[in-house]
Design a protein around this ligand. Structure first.
Ligand code: ARG
Length: 438
């Protein structure tokens, strides 16, 4: 049926009137979360007796006077401590080490991206239940990460907010090249981000953006879990790194560089990356450069414990464990130097190398190696949001922000490991989990 313009106009007016009446009768549902304490990550303080008022997905008000506005439904968390939903700037939700059960090559050769796609919602849910309401997924084959993000955004499945990179860029034979170490006569279909030379790199960045990447990840140096000989050598020329960053930034995408080695870290910083991932062997000059350029450093300092304890048993190649021994300890020492130097640091675990849902185990390592609990929490909230370009949306409990909240029963400022036992999780105003005992 075609509506006459007059009828349409009348219908619109009536609709508006009906809307006003509906608003009068039922104001939008308001919910409040009450707890004994709130970690104010912006000011670096803990405030008592918070009441966080939420309308729909967003926080509208945080008050401390104990007054509950009329008509607000209160979720009372008793003596618990509230924090903003946690943010992990480096995960891989499309895989988990528990998939490798003694035979590395079974996992490598007999599984495809469909297997990853089937398992990844489970890993997303574990991550959300652990209190991580936002993650940055830095590397996935075949854009499985894009599909996962979209399903979560549509509300089809539960999971954290995700920024995703798609397949990471890297040199032939380097850390992004999953075919290294196999016979040259085995053919693999082209699934990864391997690109050599400026033109190929620019093309690959554009492909990733075209297919839904929020961020560009590239391998500036060699790595631990790949088959090339070195663990830290640069794998792109300066010109190639510059091309990644120039092209990505032109499309409005931030760049994360995987880099263990001192030289590769400096090259990546000079190229203008937004964050260096791993940062293991950063030297004094690298720390200075990072400061000058305002580059974020992510140190995945928990990984070493898990890799050394579990990977040999799981059947990973001995070379991987040997490489880990070259970087693990150094990475922690350099993390401590970076903390002392006052670098910009964000929380990134590389979860997927260790089991999803264990993300928070990294907090205790961070405090053991020089951060205060507040600094470690800030790395996973305000700082992480800044790195992700999401300030104003996530990383704080403040008006206008998404109502992404977590709570713990113990005091995380005395014992940061309390964050391994998040009892309450809210994402965008929806309660995902509430096991806080009152
Ligand atoms: N994905 C990283 C790599 O393969 C893991 C490094 C883990 N080791 C560490 N000490 N952080 O290089």
């Amino acid at each position: 049926m075609r509506l006459s313009p007059l009828f349409a106009a009348v219908a619109l007016c009536l609709g508006a009137v009906a809307q006003v009446h509906a608003d009068d009768a039922a104001p939008p549902a308001r919910v409040a979360v009450r707890a004994a304490h709130l970690v104010d990550v912006k000011d670096g303080t803990v405030r008592d007796n918070p009441l966080v008022i939420i309308e729909g997905e967003r926080i509208t008000e945080v008050r401390y006077d104990g007054q509950v506005p009329a008509g607000v439904n209160v979720i009372d968390l008793g003596s618990a401590t509230l924090l903003p939903g946690l943010i992990d700037c480096h995960v891989h939700l499309t895989g988990d080490p528990t998939e490798v059960k003694g035979d590395y090559y079974e996992a490598m050769l007999k599984r495809s991206s469909f297997d990853s796609a089937i398992l990844s919602p489970t890993y997303a849910k574990r991550t959300l239940d652990a209190g991580f309401t936002t993650v940055r997924n830095l590397g996935a084959d075949d854009f499985v990460d894009v599909a996962l993000r979209n399903a979560i955004d549509r509300g089809d499945i539960p999971g954290p907010r995700m920024l995703v990179s798609g397949p990471p860029l890297g040199a032939t034979g380097g850390h992004a090249d999953g075919t290294t170490g196999f016979s040259p006569w085995i053919t693999f279909h082209d699934i990864d981000g391997v690109a050599d030379g400026v033109d190929a790199i620019r093309h690959r960045v554009r492909e990733n953006v075209k297919h839904g990447a929020d961020v560009i990840k590239f391998m500036a140096s060699a790595g631990v879990l790949s088959m090339e000989a070195s663990v830290g050598a640069p794998q792109y020329s300066q010109e190639e790194m510059n091309a990644v960053v120039d092209e990505a930034h032109r499309w409005g995408k931030k760049v994360a560089a995987h880099a263990h080695g001192a030289e590769a870290i400096k090259m990546a910083i000079r190229a203008g990356v937004d964050s260096v991932e791993h940062s293991s062997m950063i030297d004094e000059e690298g720390l200075k450069l990072a400061k000058q350029h305002g580059t974020y450093l992510d140190f995945d300092v928990y990984n070493d414990d898990y890799i050394l304890a579990e990977y040999a048993k799981k059947g990973f190649p001995a070379s991987t464990v040997e490489k880990e021994k070259l970087v693990g300890r150094l990475q922690r020492e350099n993390f401590q130097r970076a903390v002392k130097a006052g670098e910009k640091m964000a929380f990134g675990t590389d979860a997927g190398v260790y089991p999803h849902g264990w993300n928070a185990k990294q907090f205790a390592v961070m405090t053991k190696w020089g951060m205060t609990p507040m600094q470690a929490v800030q790395a996973a909230t305000v700082n992480a949001a800044d790195l992700l370009g999401m300030t104003g949306k996530v990383g704080q409990v403040a008006p206008g922000y998404y109502a992404d909240l977590v709570a713990v029963s113990g005091d995380p400022m005395k014992d940061v490991a309390q964050l391994e036992h998040v009892g309450f999780v809210m994402k965008g105003g929806a309660v995902e989990k509430n096991e806080i005992k009152r």
